[in-house]
Ligand binder design. Structure first.
Ligand SMILES: [Zn+2]
Ligand SMILES: [Zn+2]
Length: 130
């Protein structure tokens, strides 16, 4: 499925729009169920970032996210040192930590330069995804 090769982090609707080009008869419900099944088997990850719709991540390996508040872009980054770091006391005492993921919120370089125009940017991203 396309999402496995996606560099970005599509919403369910974006995956649906993309798959429908090849399989016009597919229903949104099928896409939801397929993504949920993929997630259950660890093939993709589900992301809930900001107050955005859920997105799916085609990279099952552990990684972290850089989230731009303005253009809503999500980029991956790796931080092996963080994953090996000892948890601070309160976190260690809290219970069993099974995953740790960092989300860095801010403004991407493009938005800092003022190059991105909200809606246009969204359309371009969508085209790139398919
Ligand atoms: Zn941005
Ligand atoms: Zn990711």
């Amino acid at each position: 499925m396309e999402i496995a090769h996606a560099k970005r982090h599509p919403t369910v609707e974006e995956v649906y729009a993309c798959v429908r080009r090849r399989v016009p008869s597919i229903s949104l419900d099928t896409v939801y169920r397929t993504l949920a099944a993929f997630e259950k088997h660890g093939l993709i990850q589900k992301l809930q970032i900001l107050e955005e719709p859920v997105r799916y991540d085609g990279t099952p390996a552990r990684h972290h996210h850089l989230v731009c508040k303005r253009c809503k872009s999500i980029s991956d980054f790796h931080w092996p040192l963080f994953e090996r770091m000892r948890l601070p006391g309160a976190a260690a005492a809290w219970g069993r930590a099974e995953a740790r993921q960092v989300q860095i919120l801010g403004l991407c370089r493009k938005c800092l330069r003022g190059a991105a125009i909200g809606a246009l940017d969204g359309h371009r991203l969508r085209d790139n995804f398919c």
